[in-house]
Design a protein around this ligand. Structure first.
Ligand code: ATP
Ligand code: MG
Ligand code: MG
Ligand code: MG
Length: 564
């Protein structure tokens, strides 16, 4: 592709509201443009990345024995009434009417459509298992669309569904999908973890795993064991009570032993509790005989910062500024600098603590005051006794747990018969008896995945895409497009690479070299070939950005050979 002819406009600055690094880079590089909140156009550059991801996904889904189909985005609301999700799904479901006042929804997912389709098309055990998938636009009216493609209201999803006659069959399909997802995300160059999860609004009876891209911007907290392979979403994680931890219910300190937040550091309080400092994201109110005795806010520095950031809608920069935090929380917090490390605070009269709302920090005199539980922290995390001992440990091996953040890029569920029952997906078994089909469903957020990869592979100057996803593998840049020799060498190289079927971009624009190189960084092709002064000798400069960009002078044929 010749750059001159492409709809490709890079931006020096990203709009201020673009918080996530990936969002900024995708806007600056000319990959995407916002059309409305949470609704994006993919410009040709971005579309190429999407196509590359789709190719990988299709290859792996086909390999796993799944057949591609395409179902409608607009779905009759009756189907959703049948499954019970028309009301259950809540305001995320976009509802509309046609000219005859018939109700429709814009599909946030396709369990209803596919279950009714399969119910009509297949009825015998001989037709099972059925394995189907599509890549389709989904609509969810998210409360807070943000971070660009990470949480959109219109987004691209690969969704797959399996229909089996028995649970063993479902298990096989489920495991095949787990393996396929590992391969897909590996091939996309993603660092990820598969974690145990909760089923959420989709319901279902069986297991479910989420595939989490590891990234600080992620909205989920994942819990991984430092020793064994246990990994779970925090919502689902099970903790072992630490033997060393003092269970607050049993052991209430005498008032004179109470450590006040102003004077104690995390080490001191942890020593008092017999616990190790842990990175935990929890706020709890401990009760003894129904009376509050302690407020505990735990979390590592970053987790707490992140949490407040989400819940207050503040940016990182704003959180570093005490006055802004005070303004956002509507109360003087009495601390400066970023929100500190959460720590158990023992109160002799917790009622007072609840009233005054005090949470701890990892530095003396850095404690948060006037914290309002339920406002500053979610109410559902209050009064949670599941985790009432300090020092969280793995439920499998008893070793310490680690906490980090992830972006949910994929999710596999064993649905069971929930949708086959409500939508009548039955089959007749060998004995002529009618049975419910057993379903599984498997999603990948394709557009979200693009952002997740950009989040992991980006720096300030641009995304360096893995070869498998790059919109162009090679960027050929004549330093001066007006210099005949330079342009000639570049054009020749461009033609040679193109004839080999390589995705190559030729910067044929009459621009200053500085502009071209900055743009090239943003466009993010992993291989860059520059035709400069040495073009006169038939040489070019070779840069492989995946290998840290060492610059090398080589001949044209050598460049072609290396790429081919
Ligand atoms: P989340 O917890 O992030 O809201 P979800 O659990 O509601 O996601 P699923 O119903 O499991 O999402 O959908 C399958 C996949 O679709 C998710 O794993 C995710 O990768 C992607 N996805 C879900 N919601 C969005 C969204 N608003 N924007 C982009 N991708 C999304
Ligand atoms: Mg959701
Ligand atoms: Mg989820
Ligand atoms: Mg999910």
């Amino acid at each position: 592709m010749r750059q001159q002819l492409m709809l490709l406009r890079t931006l020096r600055e990203a709009p201020a509201e673009a918080e996530a690094a990936s969002h900024r880079l995708l806007l600056r590089g000319g990959y995407i443009r916002q059309t409305a909140a949470g609704i994006y156009s993919f410009l040709p550059l971005g579309h190429r990345v999407i196509r590359n991801m789709e190719r990988i996904i299709r290859e792996e889904m086909n390999e796993a024995g799944f057949d591609e189909l395409l179902m409608p985005a607009m779905q009759p609301s009756e189907l959703w009434e049948q499954s019970g999700r028309y009301s259950e799904y809540g305001p995320e479901l976009i509802r509309l009417q046609d000219r005859h006042e018939r109700g429709f929804v814009l599909g946030p997912t396709h369990e209803e459509v596919i279950a009714s389709l399969v119910a009509a098309e297949a009825g015998s055990y001989r037709q099972l298992p059925l394995r189907l998938y599509q890549i389709q636009t989904k609509f969810r009216d998210e409360r807070r669309p943000r971070y660009g493609l990470l949480r959109g209201r219109e987004f691209l999803m690969k969704d797959a569904y399996s229909f089996d006659a028995d649970w063993e069959g479902l298990d096989e399909n489920y495991q095949a999908m787990v393996r396929a997802y590992h391969r897909i995300f590996d091939r996309c160059g993603l660092r990820f973890r598969a974690v145990e999860a909760e089923a959420g609004s989709i319901g279902g009876e069986g297991e479910t795993l989420e595939f989490m891209a590891l990234a600080d911007i992620g909205e989920d907290t994942i819990v991984t064991c430092s020793s064994c392979d246990y990994a779970a979403n925090l919502e689902k994680a099970v903790f072992l009570e630490a033997e060393t931890g003092v269970r607050l219910r049993d052991s209430v300190p005498e008032p004179e032993e109470v450590y006040t937040p102003e004077t104690r550091t995390i080490e001191e309080v942890c020593a008092f509790l017999g616990a190790r400092p842990q990175a935990i994201l929890k706020t709890m109110l401990y009760l003894v005989d129904g009376r509050p005795v302690a407020v505990v806010v735990r979390g590592d520095h970053e987790v707490n910062e992140f949490k407040l950031k989400n819940e207050l809608g503040a940016s990182r920069a704003e959180l570093a500024d005490a006055e802004t935090v005070e303004r956002l929380t509507g109360a003087p917090h009495g601390f400066a600098g970023p929100v500190g490390l959460g720590i158990p605070i023992m109160m002799d009269r917790a009622a007072a603590a609840v009233h005054e709302g005090i949470a701890g920090a990892n530095r003396k005199d850095y404690h948060v005051r006037h914290l309002v539980l339920g406002r500053d922290y979610k109410a559902d995390r209050i009064g949670d006794f599941r985790n009432a001992s300090a020092g969280d440990r793995c439920c499998r091996c008893g070793q310490g747990l680690m906490f980090s953040r992830g972006i949910e890029v994929g999710h596999v569920f064993k649905l069971g018969t929930k949708y086959s029952r409500s939508l009548g997906a039955t089959y007749t078994n060998k004995d002529g008896k009618e049975e419910w089909m057993i379903m599984g469903c498997y999603g990948i957020g394709v557009s979200r995945l693009m952002s997740a990869v950009a989040e992991q592979h980006g720096d300030d100057s641009g995304v360096v895409w893995p070869l498998s996803l790059a919109p162009f593998q090679v960027h050929v840049i004549p330093v001066s497009a007006k210099d005949e020799q330079q342009y000639g060498v570049a054009a020749k190289l461009y033609d040679k690479l193109r004839s080999k079927g390589i995705a190559v971009l030729l910067d044929d624009r009459d621009e200053r070299p500085g502009v071209k190189f900055k743009d090239a960084d943003l466009i993010g092709a992993p291989l860059r070939i520059i035709a400069g002064k040495s073009a006169a000798e038939g040489n070019v400069e070779w840069q492989n950005r995946l290998e840290g960009n060492p610059k090398e002078q080589i001949g044209i044929d050598e460049a072609v050979r290396r790429i081919g």
